[in-house]
Design a binder for this molecule. Structure first.
Ligand code: SF4
Length: 169
């Protein structure tokens, strides 16, 4: 971190020098004395998401991927997420369920079946099973993309067509 910013952080905001961020490839990470790490990534690219909206079908579209391949190319396949005291393989699988709960008519039935079959981990789970659940592909990975091309963010003076807002459910 540049010296002038270090001085500002410690003198104006009282940030301990021990917490000054370590520089990573694409950002910073803060590590406290317990090893708790907060990563701040500076994104200069877009990556295609798991879900898109079809104007033609008037519904959300999901992939029908090989779950193992989708899991392999997934940037968050080890980013587990806690919600309401339960642990999820990833935030996406929770987002799928929220989307289906909030907009049931916009999620195809075949996808809902896969989405609602997912059960998060709990404190009562056997540890080996929980470990396998969190580290391996899950059937819901089939709803994500196998191929996730990166597109760099760049400035343009072109007129860009934005898709129209999806209708309310
Ligand atoms: S469901 Fe699987 S492929 Fe999709 S975001 Fe989660 S871990 Fe990645």
């Amino acid at each position: 971190m540049p010296e002038n910013i270090q001085i500002e952080c410690s003198q104006q905001f009282g940030l301990s020098p021990e917490l000054f961020p370590q520089i990573m490839n694409q950002g910073y990470s803060f590590v406290d004395s317990n090893g708790v790490t907060v990563r701040v990534e500076i994104a200069t690219y877009f990556q295609s998401g798991s879900i898109s909206y079809s104007d033609e079908e008037q519904m959300f579209e999901f992939h029908k991927s090989d779950p193992v391949k989708a899991h392999e190319t997934c940037a968050i396949n080890r980013c587990w997420a806690m919600f309401d005291g339960e642990i999820y393989k990833c935030s996406t699988v929770k987002a799928f369920q929220e989307l289906a709960d909030q907009h049931p008519t916009l999620v195809p039935d075949w996808a809902k079946e896969i989405i609602y079959a997912y059960k998060p981990g709990t404190v009562n789970d056997d540890l080996d099973q929980l470990d396998a659940h969190l580290k391996n592909p899950i059937p819901q990975c089939s709803l994500c993309n196998e191929d996730r091309p990166y597109k760099n963010i760049s400035a343009t003076t072109n007129r860009i067509k934005f898709y129209k807002k999806r209708p309310n459910a």
